[in-house]
Design a protein. Structure first.
Length: 163
């Protein structure tokens, strides 16, 4: 393909090292949560988001955005969390089409029990293996990647809205 800026050998090494590290780290965190708390990382992220929201409740559409999830995937996950008794769903009083997910007391207790193991895994495999300077650079790099993707995602949403 003409016009494609192919990766050179060094860029290929960086790209593959980055993807390997991110994938292994994510898989490790997911396995730790499954083993110690009986939930996948995606469920933990939902519980965390709700625990940090005002009143421990959030509109489903907002929760999907916060968790970087599609609405259908989030709805499926929340349905599973409802079956566990960790989340309750209710109608949105200001918009009948919308619904609100709320963290239950049982869900908060499950989150509190899961958090120490999760934080330990994050600390051991991210913060403890990097120097202070590496962490500063990682934060800078992460913000740059996020910023570029945020702009790209906003453009994509605008294009979809025009269809």
């Amino acid at each position: 393909m003409s016009g494609v800026r192919w990766l050179n050998a060094e860029e290929q090494r960086v790209w593959r090292a980055f993807m390997t590290a991110v994938t292994k780290f994510s898989e490790h965190l997911d396995r730790q949560l499954q083993r110690d708390s009986g939930m996948p990382m995606a469920y933990y992220e939902i519980l965390v988001a709700l625990s940090e929201a005002e009143g421990r409740a959030m509109r489903m559409s907002e929760l999907a955005a916060v968790c970087h999830s599609s609405r259908s995937r989030l709805s499926h996950a929340v349905a599973r969390l409802e079956k566990e008794g960790w989340v309750a769903r209710r109608a949105c009083p200001s918009d009948r089409r919308g619904s609100i997910a709320e963290l239950t007391e049982e869900g908060f207790a499950v989150l509190e029990a899961a958090a120490p193991g999760h934080v330990t895994a994050v600390r051991e495999h991210l913060f403890d293996v990097l120097s202070g300077e590496q962490l500063r650079v990682l934060a800078e790099i992460s913000r740059a990647i996020d910023s570029g993707l945020t702009v790209e995602c906003a453009k994509a949403r605008e294009e979809l809205a025009e269809l």
